[in-house]
Design a protein around this ligand. Structure first.
Ligand SMILES: O=c1ccn([C@@H]2O[C@H](COP(=O)(O)OP(=O)(O)O[C@H]3O[C@H](CO)[C@@H](O)[C@H](O)[C@H]3O)[C@@H](O)[C@H]2O)c(=O)[nH]1
Ligand SMILES: [Mn+2]
Length: 664
């Protein structure tokens, strides 16, 4: 059985300059008697080998994680912490799913008591209020349950730089804002402030304090033992940090000579890896050359040669530090810092559902954030706005275009000089004609038949009916037309150019033939075209359809299953009805007498064809059915047939015979 997941305290170290903090934290937790293991997340590319060696002696687990830069660090300047450009690295905590629960502590935290009870908290996520905005939590002490779902969600936000302070605390507060984070007591993340402290409250609650967190740029190891505030809460708590340091780290440096412990420092003239980062602990020569000197400015801006992260770099470290000092640093335009990479397929969406731990889709889509203007000047409308554009309509040419100006002919028949004029018809414009009979009765000379159409020439002028097709004007203007005449005119006026202009047909055929040569489409010929007359075109003139089909040709087509041709026989009522006339006899169709029902073995309806081995009464009854006879005989015959069937056959058989004999 798999072992239950472990609980750990965890911190983060991304620069050598925070090593004293991480060392004091580890010692303070052990001093507090915790039973839990200690872990540290590290970014390999930004730490020296000595620091990592030191961490290995202090922590049970040293876990390398990806160094994550905020692609949109402008908000960091709002809190004067451009050094926190890589604070998003912290979200790697959520992917440490090898642990059940993590109590995360910043490297600038010192534990005054064990915090082990936090592991028993029944909450997915918990943190203490931030002193700057107590509705939000401080992300220096957090109790979290690692899971990949939250991780990818946070990672997505981090990838777009979505954080109100540009660092992890803004991002995490935004993420947990609507997720009901569990509020821890301030005693778990007490953040003393050198400038302001509520002294009475501190006196009252100080025995509950479990952890002290030195937020801000001035870390204990950078400011020295005296601290900035003189006597008071801050210095009292600062002294707690130094107490741990002195107990384990300072003492170790002096003891190193005799014991040879702590990273092999053998001489008191050399400081330990930790001490090199601590103000006041280095000798005067060390101080000038150690990494500490530049850490006091903007430690995190100094980048390794090849950063492992994919984001665009910030401006030059030197420039930045200089500009910050001068107070002229402008946040870099965010758009420039964005970089798009096409989403990568993590699984085959055609075969399976997405894996439960997959990234959200579109996680790396570029985003654009717009800020509100902070200008305090009142809006002043401009003196004048630009004139709206004029003449935004189509100018109908006043003169008729010359033949050169006319569009060039596209189709061959358009070149024919005596081709009919193109016309247009609009259904909406059709005049409502009086009924022909009324028109005739009233003797109106302008009356039109119900199907009249109005034609327009290219200039929009109405053309008289018939004119459009180049036909003479209707004689209606001179004398009243009969309905027949009008109908004839209508038919004549509704000609199809395809029928009257042979060039169109020739052209289309040429295209079709070239297609036929390329592929194998077939022209579907209308058989005979007998039932589809155009009113004006005789049967002989009717062209075959040029519809292209994929049907197999008659030659390619396998013969279809055939059903027997019907046998003509007199109906019960007398003569065979012959309304449709004689149909041509199909060839190759078996004679009905040869056809035997595959289901029941009966031949078709003729009673004489019933097999003699079946019930003899069937034969006699069906004979009666097939012979014209008085209705009484007919009814008896049906009844007999059905009765026989009931006695001898199954239900389906009865149904079948009922249908066969038409006695349903
Ligand atoms: O150069 C650096 C900077 C930071 N860290 C680590 O990141 C943590 C956060 O930085 P810190 O200087 O402690 O930030 P705070 O001054 O505490 O500022 C607040 O704002 C930060 C950014 O949102 C949060 O990470 C903190 O938890 C929150 O207390 C540190 O404790 C370290 O663990 C490094 O290792 N190296
Ligand atoms: Mn901190």
């Amino acid at each position: 059985m798999a072992r239950p997941l472990e609980d750990v305290y965890c911190t983060l170290l991304m620069s050598d300059s925070y090593l004293p903090g991480a060392a004091v934290l580890a010692h303070s937790l052990r001093d507090a008697g915790t039973k839990k293991k200690l872990a540290v997340l590290i970014t390999l590319e930004t730490l020296s080998a000595d620091t990592i060696t030191e961490l290995k002696s202090l922590y049970d687990y040293v876990i390398p994680v990806e160094h994550v830069r905020n692609p949109n660090p402008a908000n960091l300047y709002l809190m004067g912490r451009p050094d926190l450009a890589f604070a998003f690295t912290k979200i790697a905590l959520w992917r440490q799913v090898q642990f059940r629960k993590i109590v995360y502590l910043d490297a600038d935290v010192v534990a005054l008591r064990s915090l082990d009870e936090l592991f028993n908290l029944d909450a997915q996520f918990a943190a203490a209020p931030d002193i700057g905005w107590p509705d939000a939590f401080n992300s220096g002490v957090m109790v979290l349950t690692p899971n990949m779902g939250d991780y990818w969600a946070l990672q997505t936000m981090a990838a777009t730089g979505d954080s109100f302070d540009g660092a992890d605390q803004g991002l995490l507060n935004q993420y947990y804002e609507h997720r009901n984070w569990h509020r821890l007591s301030f005693a778990y993340n007490c953040t003393p402030n050198a400038q302001y402290q509520w002294e009475p409250a501190y006196r009252y609650y100080k025995r509950d304090i479990s952890a002290v967190h030195f937020i801000g740029k001035d870390k204990p190891w950078l400011t020295g033992r005296s601290g900035p505030g003189g006597p008071g809460v801050y210095n009292e708590l600062l002294a707690r940090w130094w107490a741990v340091y002195d107990r384990h780290l300072k003492a170790a440096a002096t003891a190193a000579t005799s014991q040879g412990a702590q990273g092999g420092h053998e001489s008191s003239h050399h400081t330990s890896t930790v001490q090199q980062q601590v103000f006041g602990e280095t000798t005067s020569t060390d101080f000038g050359t150690s990494s500490f000197s530049h850490m006091t400015t903007i430690p995190e801006i100094v980048e390794p040669e090849a950063p492992a992260t994919t984001e665009l770099p910030l401006s030059e470290p030197g420039d930045l530090a200089e500009n910050i000092d001068l107070g002229v640093v402008e946040p870099t335009p965010t758009v420039e810092q964005r970089k798009f990479s096409a989403p990568e397929m993590e699984w085959d969406a055609t075969r399976s559902e997405p894996p439960p731990e997959s990234r959200p889709e579109a996680a790396n889509f570029p985003t654009q954030t717009y800020d509100f203007s902070e200008s305090r000047q009142l809006f002043k409308p401009p003196e004048a706005y630009p004139e709206p554009p004029k003449d935004m309509w189509y100018q109908v040419p006043e003169t008729k275009p010359t033949p050169e100006q006319m569009p060039k002919p596209i189709f061959p028949w358009e070149r024919e000089p005596d081709r009919p004029k193109a016309t247009r018809v609009f259904a909406d414009d059709l005049p409502t004609p009086p009924l022909p009979s009324l028109a005739a009765a009233s003797g109106s000379t302008q009356a039109s038949h119900p199907f009249s159409t109005v034609h327009y020439d290219e200039g929009g002028e109405v053309i008289q009916e018939g004119q459009a097709a180049g036909l003479p004007s209707p004689p209606g203007s001179a004398s009243p037309r009969s309905a027949d005449q009008q109908w004839q005119e209508f038919q004549q006026s509704n000609v199809n150019a395809w029928d009257t202009v042979p060039g169109i047909d020739t052209y289309v055929r040429a295209i079709m033939e070239s297609q036929v040569r390329r592929g194998r489409p077939q022209l579907l010929h209308l058989a005979g075209g007998e039932d589809m007359h155009s009113p004006t075109i005789s049967q002989k003139e009717r062209r075959e359809s040029l519809i292209i089909t994929d049907f197999p040709t008659a030659v390619e087509r396998p013969s279809l299953p055939v059903t027997p041709a019907p046998i003509k026989r007199p109906t019960f009522w007398g003569e065979e009805r012959n309304e449709v006339g004689d149909l041509p006899t199909a060839e190759g169709v078996p004679d009905q007498a040869e056809w035997v029902c595959p289901k029941c073995g009966f031949s078709s309806l003729s009673a004489a064809d019933f097999r003699p081995e079946r019930e003899s009464s069937f034969a006699s009854t069906t004979t009666a059915l097939a012979t014209p006879s008085p209705s009484a005989t007919f009814t008896t015959a049906i009844q007999t047939l059905i009765n026989t069937a009931i006695e001898t056959g199954s239900a389906s058989e009865i149904e079948h015979h009922k249908k066969s004999t038409g006695t349903v």
